[in-house]
Each structure stands twice: as C-alpha cells, then as structure tokens.
Design a protein around this ligand. Structure first.
Ligand code: THU
Length: 143
C-alpha cells in the first residue's frame, strides 16, 4: 500500500484519525490531551491516547498506547507505514514526544518510517525516530 505524505488529503486523513484518538484522552490530572494513530500496510488506522492514573508514574502516553495496540493486534515494525501524533503544544510548534516514547518508538518502528507531529491547528512536521532519537541505545549495542 502506498501512502504519499506529499498529498494534502493524506495529511488530512492522518490528522483526523489522530484527532479521533485525541478526543478519547483520559487525562483528568494534566488536562493535556494527546492522540496518536499508526497506519498499517493493510490500511488500518490503529489509535492510541494518553491514559493517566492517580499514581502519576503509571500514565501511558498516546504514542506508546498506539504502538502497543498495533503490536497487540499482530502487526510488526515492517507493517507500519507511519505514526501520527497530535497535541495542543504551547511551547513547540508541534507535539514533541517524550523521551520514554522516543525509546519505545526506536524499538518498535523502523528508523526511517515517517512520524507526523501535529499541533491541534494542523500545523505539522514530518520526521522519523533517527532524527528524534539520535545515538539511541538498542539491542545492537548488546551484541
Ligand atoms: N503525553 C503524551 O501522551 N505524549 C506526548 O508526546 C507528550 C506527553 C501525555 C502524558 C500525560 O498524560 C500528558 O501528556 C502530560 O504530560
């Protein structure tokens, strides 16, 4: 399946799906909603959102939720065409994945698979995990 990120309609599609996930956010403590979706090579959009907990450390970010859902459904990194994330970032121009999520993404996605970071106003930036987490620690370091 081809998915051309130069096409506005595809960017719109990714944004709309990530926004659906954003609306499902369970974030009563931070009130900061984040939505993510993984597009798979069979055309499925698999959602993730941030799920908080009164014991703050147990919070799961949207990106990790989406990737864990994706793997739970039987997909692997080679089936992932892209990951999109949306949040209402006040500091960066677009949502910036946390360090823990970058480490998890580096394990579960290919280095150059596109990651589309959106702000709620649909401003976006296309990147990948090589750019987001250079010099990352991986299983290759232990061989
Ligand atoms: N959060 C995400 O889900 N993804 C990000 O990229 C940044 C932060 C969540 C975690 C927490 O529920 C809330 O946003 C505030 O940190």
């Amino acid at each position: 399946m081809k998915f051309d990120l130069n096409k506005k309609e595809n960017i719109d599609l990714l944004y709309n799906h990530a926004l659906n996930a954003y609306k499902n956010s369970y974030s009563p403590y931070s009130n900061f909603k984040v939505g993510a979706c993984v597009l798979t090579d069979d055309g499925k959009f698999i959602y993730g959102t941030n799920i908080e907990n009164a014991s703050f450390g147990l919070t799961n970010c949207a990106e990790r939720s989406a990737l864990f859902n994706t793997y739970s459904l039987g997909y692997k990194k080679e089936n992932i065409l892209c990951l999109a994330i949306v949040g209402n970032s006040k500091n960066n121009e677009v949502i910036s994945p946390c360090g823990a999520c970058r480490q998890v993404i580096s394990e579960l996605m290919d280095k150059l698979t596109p990651i589309v970071l959106f702000n709620i106003d649909k401003t976006y930036k296309i990147t990948n995990i090589s750019e987001l987490l250079p010099l990352s620690f991986s299983n290759e370091d232990m061989e």
